[in-house]
Design a protein around this ligand. Structure first.
Ligand SMILES: Cc1cc2nc3c(=O)[nH]c(=O)nc-3n(C[C@H](O)[C@H](O)[C@H](O)COP(=O)(O)OP(=O)(O)OC[C@H]3O[C@@H](n4cnc5c(N)ncnc54)[C@H](O)[C@@H]3O)c2cc1C
Length: 578
């Protein structure tokens, strides 16, 4: 509003007549300074005007009553035209005032309206502001709620994902645990099933004595079977099947023994299981590694009705002997501990020749319990050649015993076994017994007769154990027989051997296979001496110790003397000391 208050004045006459002049028309154009609100200005104007009016009216009435004649009374409502004219002549002064009043009233109303409008506008603006504010507040609240909701959702998702991660870790750990347990279980089962337990060469395993037979005052036979857990179930069958497989594998190769422990003194000695005729006569159901070739057999093995494999030992009690004496006091039902097997000479490999045509010979000098390895060797050869006995080496066993009870007992299992082998091999396995009590001993003549060295007339040559010292010149001249360098058939190798053929020939390493040249066989006949130390020393000379093991050493004793006399014994025979 750019208008300004142009004139506003009141003139008060001295004589009391009031002549107020207010340029009201111009009030319309009253303008308000910016420092005053319209309301204030109007209030001020109202006040001034009210004062002026009151003063004006009172002054006017006083003046009128003083200077004007009194108004004639209205006698009737129908005045005359003259009176009306006169009246009209008087009225202009009143009308002006009325007009002024009316104008003032109108102005006031106008001002009031303006004020009202302004107020209304203000109110509207205020309401609008409030609305907008309210809206903003509501929007803010909404946004906050939305944000809170989003945050909640994000938190939820995060916690869910963390929870998921946690549960994943637990699940994965669980799966890994179960998997490991399963693998471990399968591994144990595999080990359990395929191991040779309950007999292994790492630790002693319990065996129960199921039979005991006294065959002489000093010798007895015990039969043992493995002790397996009562709750083993199928696993037990696997273990027993493993033991049977082991028996079959060993029966194909030659000599082997197990240790028996005396638990009080914690000492162990080697003892040689007697071969089982059932095992030796078994059909070709196991391969050379003892693996089952027949599914029916596998079924049988897993059957609880399948006979439990057993081991038989011929043991002689030696006076003052720690283990043999302790064993002689054991009864049926007692438990003893076994560890093994410990394999020795592989007679099958040592007698074998590639495309050999000559008949081979094996001779045993067995003293007392030394018959056990002789039976093992004979049994292996029988098993290997049972399908073609014509190719089987001739096996002659001379068994020396102290008393006649050792060989004469009616149901002596050893004699029984010898007899059965003799019959089954159709004479390829032969045996004779000597009894000290009867004045019958093994002599040099027995050896000469059985080896037939006297009948052969080979050119004189050096003994095999001196062959290494023979002159190169002589070898060049061909005066000496061409020596085989084969591990199994060379006397040079044998002299330092600890008798551990087994495990070597089983291996895939060609070094341990027979390396004799085809058509040029080396030593093919075996003369084996097995018995107590004194017996062995007497016939083949002592062994010697080297590098912690007992070595074969040179041949001595009775056989050593014979080799000097009969060079063919040195050339055609290998002497093995058991
Ligand atoms: C591969 C192999 C297989 C064998 N197979 C069998 C078999 O099938 N059957 C069998 O019966 N035997 C077998 N033996 C022999 C067996 O291992 C024992 O050597 C035999 O049973 C004697 O052992 P021991 O503990 O009873 O006697 P040890 O205590 O070893 O005594 C042996 C001898 O020495 C004497 N002796 C012990 N201590 C002393 C001392 N301090 N002073 C003087 N003398 C003493 C004893 O009187 C006894 O005559 C085998 C041996 C080997 C190496």
């Amino acid at each position: 509003m750019s208008g300004r208050l142009i004139s506003a004045g009141i003139c008060l006459p001295r004589h009391g007549a009031v002549e107020g002049r207010l340029d009201l028309m111009k009030i319309k154009s009253v303008s308000l300074s910016s420092s005053q609100t319209p309301r204030h200005t109007l209030q001020r104007l109202y006040t001034q005007r009210a004062q002026h009016r009151q003063f004006h009216v009172s002054g006017f009435q006083a003046a009128q009553s003083r200077f004007s004649p009194p108004k004639p009374k209205k006698e009737n409502s129908q005045s005359s035209p003259e009176a009306n004219a006169a009246k009209d002549q008087d009225e202009p002064s009143v009308s002006k005032k009325e007009i002024r009043r009316e104008r003032s009233r109108l102005i006031r109303e106008k001002l009031r309206e303006q004020e009202k409008e302004a107020y209304k506008r203000q109110e509207l603006e205020r309401q609008e502001e409030e609305r907008v504010e309210q809206e903003i507040v509501e929007k803010t609240i909404q946004i906050r709620e939305k944000l809170a909701q989003i945050k909640r959702m994000a938190d939820d998702q995060k916690s869910r994902s963390q929870k998921g991660k946690g549960s994943n870790v637990i699940r994965n750990t669980f799966i890994a645990g179960v998997g490991s347990a399963a693998v471990l279980f399968l591994w144990e089962m595999w080990r359990f099933a395929y191991s040779t337990e309950p007999l292994n060469d790492q630790r002693f395993s319990p065996f129960e004595i199921v039979d005991r037979q006294q065959v002489s005052p000093t010798a007895f036979i015990i039969t043992v079977k493995p002790v397996v857990s009562r709750w083993g179930g199928l696993a037990n069958q696997w273990k027993l099947a493993g033991l049977e497989r082991l028996q079959h594998k060993l029966s194909r190769e030659g000599t082997w023994a197990v240790e028996i422990k005396q638990p009080e003194l914690q000492v162990a000695r080697d003892y040689t299981p007697l071969p089982e005729l059932d095992v030796l006569s078994a059909a070709q159901e196991y391969d050379a590694h003892g693996r089952i070739q027949n599914f029916q057999l596998l079924q049988d093995l897993m059957s609880p009705q399948h006979p439990v494999p057993t081991f038989k030992f011929l043991i002689r009690r030696t006076d003052g002997g720690e283990v043999s004496s302790w064993l002689s006091r054991r009864k049926v039902g007692d438990v003893i501990e076994l560890r093994g097997p410990h394999q020795s000479f592989n007679v099958v490999a040592r007698t074998g020749y590639k495309e050999a045509e000559e008949a081979k010979k094996v001779m045993f000098l067995a003293g007392g319990t030394g018959i056990a390895p002789a039976l093992q060797a004979a049994g292996s050869l029988f098993r290997e050649h049972r399908q073609a006995l014509g190719r089987m080496p001739q096996v002659d066993i001379i068994w020396a015993n102290r008393s006649k009870e050792d060989v004469k007992a009616a149901d002596n299992p050893v004699v029984e076994l010898l007899e059965q082998l003799k019959q089954k091999s159709r004479g390829k396995i032969n045996y004779v017994c000597t009894v000290d009590e009867e004045g019958r001993f093994i002599t040099a003549n027995d050896i000469i007769a059985k080896t037939q060295i006297a009948s052969s007339q080979p050119p004189p040559r050096k003994l095999w154990f001196w062959a290494s010292s023979s002159s190169p010149k002589a070898e060049q001249n061909g005066s000496e027989k061409e020596e085989s360098n084969c591990y199994y058939h060379s006397p040079k190798h044998l002299i330092t051997s600890a008798g551990e053929d087994h495990g070597r020939i089983d291996g895939k390493d060609s070094r341990w296979q027979c390396a004799c040249p085809v058509g040029k066989p080396g030593f093919k006949n075996l003369l084996m001496v097995s018995g107590p130390e004194g017996f062995n020393n007497h016939f083949a000379g002592p062994k010697y110790w080297a590098d912690g093991k007992e070595r074969q050493g040179p041949v001595g004793g009775v056989i050593g003397e014979l080799t000097k006399k009969y060079p063919s014994l040195a050339n055609d025979w290998l002497v093995l000391k058991l």
